[in-house]
Design a protein around this ligand. Sequence first.
Ligand code: SAM
Ligand code: SF4
Length: 374
Amino acid sequence: MPAPAAPAAPGAVGAPLVDTHGRVHRDLRISLTDRCSLRCTYCMPEQGNEWLAKTSILTLDEIERVARVAAADGITTFRLTGGEPLLRTDIVEVVRRLAAISGPDGRPVEIAMTTNGIRLPEVLPALIDAGLARLNISLDTLRRDRFRELTRRDRLDDVLAAIAAASASPLRPLKLNAVAMRDVNDDELVDLVEFAIAHDAQMRFIEQMPLDAGHTWDRARMVTQDEILAALGRRWRLTPVPGRGGAPAARWMLDDGPHSVGVIASVTAPFCGDCDRLRLTADGQLRNCLFSTTEYDLLPVLREGAATARLDSHARSRTEDPAVLERARNGQDEAPEAGVDRMLRACVRGKLPGHAINDPAFLQPARGMNAIGG
Ligand code: SAM
Ligand code: SF4
């Protein structure tokens, strides 16, 4: 293991990413594409998607450059997501390159992935060999007709094969994610937990969030955490598991364990106070919250060289750092790593104490979940 680096001064490359509310950022969600093999109703429209321009999608080298700076700044987990991350033809190489990165303490970063599972069995051994440590697989229903209706694709068998392959692999904890939806799958909550237990996985239910590209979210149709717990409580004795930390899911032990269930209640029980997450979209936009309407553009920093990044009004509007503005005025160059670091810090500095889903003035982000990265 390499020797740990000396601690960096606050605000310099290598210093932790602490926001104005004292939250230290440790987790970067990297969206690899906005494309997907499914069309889940709560995420993407059936047709009429406005895809990100192919030329704007970050390359493997660009992702690695951002990840190296993020790791130096204290990010310890990279979660690969999308869209569907397994649609990236270079997915194994992405995992391999990121898994080779170490933090300032010399420890390797952890690579996790959220996937719908399609294509997973054929690439899973290579992903594990490349350094993938953890998997979350999405599964909203066990019924083929419902799956077809919900995802607009007849691919349940592929997802079940993926879960079987993941269950047979050494990756643990294995998590299965379902968005709970009224009159769609809310009669399957117990079945899904039993299915997860049978696969040595942890089931997690997600409250539906206003992030569908079609803007069709309806609060009344959202199944709440209380309703989820009430349904599960009729089958199991539920005991809260302490020590959640920055995790989005609150967990409950089922009877005397060892199995547990998680609920991600972003709408009715927000967990923003402990949020340690940042997001990087497939087209190089840094985001400090799923629900943010502000993005911090890394493309000029990564592509057009420091000079253009300095003069780009969009990028300049993202920083209030007087030293950076002074350098820009003087036409001084900035190393690309310093540019990435500057944007990471501007993004963290701009993070609000919490999202405003429950505020009547809430504005849904223009991007759908598939283009933000869940
Ligand atoms: N395609 C992969 C998948 O489905 O696992 C990764 C990307 S997907 C956007 C990541 C997660 O976001 C999935 O578990 C999905 O169920 C969840 N998700 C998508 N849209 C959502 C919404 N409107 N509300 C809550 N969860 C959502
Ligand atoms: Fe695709 Fe995942 Fe969105 Fe479903 S939730 S459409 S699988 S990106």
